[in-house]
Design a protein around this ligand. Structure first.
Ligand code: ATP
Ligand code: MG
Length: 249
């Protein structure tokens, strides 16, 4: 048991959830490495939602509200860390879920679907009858009514190659990735440099706030958003944070 008083309680509990996910067979072993890499970047941003992250989360919410066919992609890390939060966002933003795995096995896809359903998920695309062009077979499988035809996709923790292939299909891709330098972060339409445990609830809050705006006002938010600029602000925030460390006695 990790005592609540531990200064890094949240981070350690998150780690436990990922380990549990691996034991249950919903998270891949590689998911542990991804989490470790994420934790390192979370340390650098100060384990909080930065100004630039909130800015991107607002743009993400506006994009989801404007979408004709939004889909939220779920992998083994997302299912282990934020099952309830991702379902809540799915309902609020009328965006069905689809399980989409880099290290895909039908067994793991089914386990994640059952896991999400046990948390109350109702709206999940479950077929794998279409292929994303330009990727090898297993990594390309998607639902022909889901990701394949979605116009706006939220992909927490996506691989760079797949992110690029989805963009080449003409989709708006919103990525959540703690590493502002990753290929995914560099390619995506909107990159949220924040931990999924904070990012998903933050997007939900923005959806609740922005849903009263009319389409023009939402379009203004989307048009006013610049991903390159937001990413360089994220890097500046890391630099500032590092400088405050070097100022310590
Ligand atoms: P890319 O393929 O985009 O160049 P990569 O190969 O470095 O990235 P992957 O292993 O494909 O990285 O994906 C893991 C990514 O997810 C990492 O960039 C990591 O920072 C990020 N990540 C891991 N855990 C979290 C989390 N809890 N919240 C947000 N991002 C996370
Ligand atoms: Mg990768």
């Amino acid at each position: 048991m990790i005592p609540k008083s531990h200064p890094r309680y949240e981070s350690l509990m998150t780690r436990e959830l990922i380990v549990e996910g691996v034991k249950k067979g919903i998270t891949s072993i590689q998911g542990l490495i991804a989490q470790g890499r994420g934790e390192a970047f979370d340390y650098l941003i100060g384990e909080k939602s930065t100004e630039s992250a909130l800015h991107a989360e607002k743009a993400a919410a506006a994009n989801l509200l404007l979408a004709r066919k939004p889909v939220i992609s779920v992998n083994g890390n997302v299912a282990a860390l934020v099952p309830e939060e991702v379902i809540r966002l799915s309902v609020l933003a009328c965006s069905p879920l689809e399980v989409n795995l880099f290290h895909r096995t039908e067994e793991r896809v089914n386990k994640i679907i059952v896991h999400l359903q046990s948390y109350g998920a109702r709206n999940i695309f479950t077929k794998s009858d279409a292929l994303i062009p330009g990727l090898e077979h297993e990594r390309a499988k998607v639902d022909s009514n889901g990701i394949f035809i979605a116009d706006v996709l939220l992909v927490p923790l996506e691989d760079g190659d797949r992110c690029k292939a989805l963009l080449e299909m003409g989709k708006t891709v919103i990525a959540i990735d703690l590493n502002p330098l990753s290929r995914t972060a560099q390619y995506a339409t909107v990159t949220i440099v924040d931990n999924i445990i904070r990012a998903v609830p933050n997007i939900s809050k923005f959806v609740e706030k922005l849903k009263y705006l009319d389409r023009e006002e939402l379009q203004d938010i989307v048009r006013g958003y610049n991903n390159k600029r937001t990413l360089s602000r994220a890097v500046d925030e890391i630099k500032k944070n590092l400088e405050s460390f070097s100022d310590m006695p």
